[in-house]
Design a protein around this ligand. Sequence first.
Ligand code: SAM
Length: 222
Amino acid sequence: MMADERTKRIKSLLSEINQSGVRDRRVLTAIAAVPRESFVRPDLRDQAWENRALPIEEGQTISQPLIVGLMSQALHLSGGERVLEIGTGSGYQAAVLARLAESLVTVERYERLAAAARAQLEDLGYTNVEVVVGDGSKGWEPGAPYDGIIVTAAAPHLPRSLEQQLSRKNGARIVIPIGQAEEQDLIVYERWNDELREFNLGPVRFVPLVGEEGWQEPADGQ
Ligand code: SAM
């Protein structure tokens, strides 16, 4: 794609997600700076700057830029935070968060996706991201506590481990889609005087969080 055409598409996407609710300048700047085409399948690169989720390996998806923007914004990051992401997928959301926080641990259950994301993030020069393989429904204890936790797969409820690994400081936040397999609500939990305040950002649709504190693994053949 010619540089002019790419710039035009980025501008148009930024304006679209801005109008749809992504107002945080730092988030918009981070989205503009991360080359989304580096995280999508080669045959879909032409659609990299469209506001839609796209398929990646293992039957998973790279999230829609608007949702990446809204979820990143909901964490209220100012640059000094330690963040946990569950569901690395392509590594795209991780790259955006790496620009907004001090450090990021991202957990993926598929070894193959984790390896590809790790290589891509290294290639682009991100040094503050650690990609690990595991069941992120249990969080990632070695890196706790976290100032922000973002779950990019749909859970039936807030996993207890995530609540336990969230910092005790006021303002620490978890952003997570919660609901049924077909549709969920994007929920923000904010630590406030030893309680968790809850905000609903509206309906979303994510692939399932499969694990001990998420949904059960589908049986073979399903
Ligand atoms: N953040 C990703 C991106 O920017 O490309 C999109 C993530 S995709 C919608 C959800 C990811 O969560 C999938 O890669 C899936 O394998 C992963 N996942 C599902 N359950 C998980 C679990 N228990 N632990 C870690 N990753 C999980």
